[in-house]
Design a protein around this ligand. Structure first.
Ligand code: HEM
Length: 751
């Protein structure tokens, strides 16, 4: 009979391509804002990871991991009887996707479990490393996230082989679905699968200029020289075996990982003190990646058809061999051998380009599996790079001469690599955290003073702020600007610390409006200190409180008597504790909320629409689509344009928290036309008279043109919308002001 659903021939299913994106690839994917939410999380909204993690005895866990590292199993025998090296590579690749420009990537959410990252060519056989760890994961259950387990195993491996690590902070919350939004740039799945370097055109699409030319640079926010690689091609640019070209790529890509030259050399030379590269079988014979593998592979990929497909037959990257004679021992033989011998190009059994000592007397390295067999040392083009680049070479020579210096540099760089995306130290969990002092890359905040504002202080300060005569617009703009650097990707930025008043933020054009406001707030702060008998308010708290007082005032002006919650406890940090260069990366090229599109936008983001950059910002702010809409609509009627212009200020009552922006944006009596061919600003006219009623930017119009956002606009622009709008605005305002409050939010994940 017929199928119950009707129809005998099932031709397609839910989600099967083609779907929306296949037909309209240019559409703004607003629904991405709702990914990886509580619905995808088997542990639910109430799960408290910090409390669960606290039940673990870290020393016991570490000895369990170390025992596993030296217990070889048949389905994937350990090289040299020690899984340490492959685990270090797994952890490095987990952390190494981090990129400073948008803070995305990194080890923080264990994205290596999911495509595309887990199926990148460069992550070959990291699926085995994670699968090997499954017994530990099951033993400790949800008290230990995959993300923490992967980094901790990297640390255990280093310690097991003799490197004193700089410690471990737990607190990474796993993602529960693949990330479908991060832009990883043009695609080359497998650098070995193209017939010639000429075919690797998509590498060029990632770059400005040619390697070696002035102005040679990588598109922002990318940090890898190729898609599907963690950093650079080990065989050099285009696999061309050019060590100097490789050094140039290494410098650019490691800088994007927030590493300086010394950290870069420490990491590469330190990492390659361990383990080996695997290149017994050509890439063309290796099976598909985990995401493309057949169902019975159970999530593992890269099936190797030769021999047992593992142990002495293993093929991962394609290069074959070890860098040192003692691949499971922390020592200085990587650098010693790199400098003691000349190297010449050769080919691995899989056909990959690599380097070997010209001197036949050079030390040999034991085979990882075949007893008694000795193999020649190996260097990659990216290793030779450290020797030929003058700056890298000078650092290598210092490390060669002083092993303790090298050891400390590597352990500190490893700590930074693996903790870089965790944000403030408030987020670090576990007994090893205290051994690490404040490090500049952690964007340190001084400890909170003992005194905390009480209700009477808050009321008095609000009154004092409003009595300054500063406008609602200026106060809201300043508080929002303080909070606006926050990005959930690497938990940097935000209002805490009052870095808005420090370099570089105080010097950014987009923050110009805040300078006189901060001066006035400093006066309020001084007056409070003078009269409060030893009580103090931090500038950071005062900036936020002033904004909240202004929002309450704006609600009153719209007829709502609403109050904005305020949680004191922010602290002021110092210029010395602010890494100016690293904070420059937080400078917005565009910020739709403040109707800011920098003059650099056209040059730096050709082909990128401002509204797409705005969606990116909303994602980094963890906003839902309704929150995004409400926050924008509120900021516009409060007059929060960076340059004070009327663009997008679709109201005659600036400073009143009304739904006017949404009402006027959806006004069917207006016709919008672009002001010029750049289509960056627009004018809304009454057709009958031609009267120009409003001006707006793309960041404004998107809430009326995008179907999903327009539906949300309708939900507030209707006759019953005003009160709901005020309540929603206060909720999202408070959320944004609190985004960086890890001192009170802890590891709360949702909301
Ligand atoms: C192995 C490339 C930086 C740690 C490898 C392999 C390649 C490679 C091609 C061999 C993979 C295989 O076939 O099994 C590079 C390049 C780097 C770089 C191009 C940057 C220029 C690092 C860093 C670390 C690291 C920063 C850690 C701090 C390791 C370890 C192995 C390894 C431990 C051995 C894995 C094993 O024995 O299975 N690397 N690497 N590498 N890498 Fe790197």
């Amino acid at each position: 009979g017929a199928l119950p659903a009707g129809g005998d021939h099932l031709g397609g299913t839910f989600g099967q391509s083609p779907t929306l994106d296949s037909w309209y690839p240019q559409r703004l994917r607003v629904e991405l804002l709702h990914r990886n939410g509580v619905d995808a999380d088997p542990l639910g909204a109430d799960f408290d990871y910090a409390a669960a993690f606290a039940t673990i005895d870290l020393m016991t866990l570490k000895s369990d991991i170390k025992r596993l590292l030296t217990t070889s199993v048949d389905w994937w025998p350990a090289d040299y009887g020690n899984y340490g090296p492959q685990m270090i590579r797994m952890a490095w690749h987990a952390a190494g996707t981090y990129r400073i420009a948008d803070g995305r990537g990194g080890a923080g959410t264990a994205m290596q479990r999911f495509a595309p990252i887990g199926s990148w060519w460069d992550n070959g056989n990291t699926d085995k490393s994670r699968r090997l760890l499954q017994p530990i994961k099951h033993q400790y259950g949800n008290a230990l996230s995959w993300a923490d387990l992967m980094v901790l195993t990297g640390n255990c491996s280093l310690e097991l082989m003799g490197l004193p690590t700089y410690g471990f902070g737990g607190g990474r919350l796993d993602a529960w679905e693949p990330d479908d939004g991060t832009w990883w740039g043009p695609e080359v799945w497998n650098p070995h699968a193209v017939a010639s370097p000429d075919e690797m055109v998509s590498r060029d699409e990632r770059w400005h200029g040619q390697n070696g030319d002035a102005g040679y640079d990588l598109q922002s926010p990318l940090a890898a020289s190729h898609q599907a690689l963690i950093y650079v091609n080990p065989e050099g640019p285009y696999s061309n075996g050019d060590p100097l070209g490789s050094a140039r790529d290494i410098r650019i890509t490691f800088t994007r990982m927030a590493m300086n030259d010394e950290e870069t050399v420490a990491l590469i030379a330190g990492g390659h003190a361990f383990g080996k590269s695997h290149g017994q079988v050509p890439a063309s014979d290796i099976g598909p990646s985990p995401e493309k593998a057949p169902i019975e592979s159970m999530g593992l990929g890269w099936h190797n058809p030769v021999g047992t497909g593992s142990a002495e037959h293993t093929s991962t990257n394609g290069i074959e061999g070890s860098w040192t004679p003692n691949p499971t021992q922390w020592d200085n033989t990587y650098l010693e051998n790199l400098f003691a011998y000349d190297y010449e190009q050769t080919k691995s059994p899989a056909g990959a380009l690599q380097w070997t000592p010209t001197d036949s007397e050079a030390p040999k390295t034991p085979d990882a599996h075949v007893p008694g067999q000795m193999n020649p040392l190996m260097m990659m083009t990216s290793d030779i790079a450290l020797k030929v680049d003058p700056e890298y070479r000078a650092i290598c020579e210092r490390f060669l001469a002083d092993f303790d210096l090298f050891t400390l540099a590597f352990s500190k760089a490893w700590y930074k690599l693996t903790h870089r995306d965790m944000g403030p130290k408030h987020r670090y969990l576990g007994p090893e955290v205290t051994i690490a002092d404040d490090l500049l890359w952690q964007d340190p905040l001084p400890d909170a003073a003992g005194y905390s504002l009480d209700e009477a202080d808050v009321a008095a300060l609000k009154e004092a702020v409003l009595a300054t005569g500063l406008s609602v617009s200026d106060l809201v703009y300043t508080a929002f600007s303080a909070a606006s650097t926050y990005r959930d990707s690497d938990k940097r930025g935000g209002a805490n610390g009052a870095r808005l008043a420090l370099s570089p933020q105080k010097d950014w054009a987009v923050n110009r409006r805040t300078v006189p406001v901060i001066d006035a707030l400093r006066n309020v702060q001084a007056a409070f200190t003078a009269t409060s008998g030893g009580r103090e308010v931090s500038l950071a708290d005062l900036i936020v409180l002033a904004g909240s007082a202004a929002v309450e005032q704006a609600a009153r002006a719209a007829g709502s008597d609403a109050s904005v919650p305020f949680t004191p406890g922010r602290v002021d940090t110092t210029q010395e504790l602010t890494d100016i260069e690293m904070f420059e990366w937080l400078r917005p090229i565009a910020d739709g909320f403040r109707n800011f599109v920098s003059e650099r936008f056209e040059e730096f983001a050709p082909g990128v629409a401002p509204e797409a950059a705005f969606l990116d910002k909303a994602n980094l702010f963890t906003l839902t689509a309704p929150e995004w809409t409400v926050l924008h609509a509120g900021l516009r009627v409060l007059g929060s344009n960076w340059d004070g212009s009327d663009v997008g200020v679709l109201t005659d009552h600036v400073g009143a928290l009304t739904t006017d922006f949404l009402v006027n944006l959806t006004d069917t009596d207006l016709i919008w036309t672009k002001d010029d061919e750049t289509a960056m600003t627009f004018t809304g006219r009454v057709p009958a008279t031609g009267e120009a009623r409003w001006r707006a930017s793309r960041n404004d119009l998107v809430f009326g043109s995008n179907a999903q956002l327009r539906s949300i606009a309708d939900a507030y622009a209707g006759s019953d919308g005003q009160e709901r709008f005020v309540r929603a605005f206060i909720r999202v305002w408070s959320k944004v002001m609190m985004l960086d409050r890890y001192d009170v939010n802890g590891h709360k994940r949702y909301g």
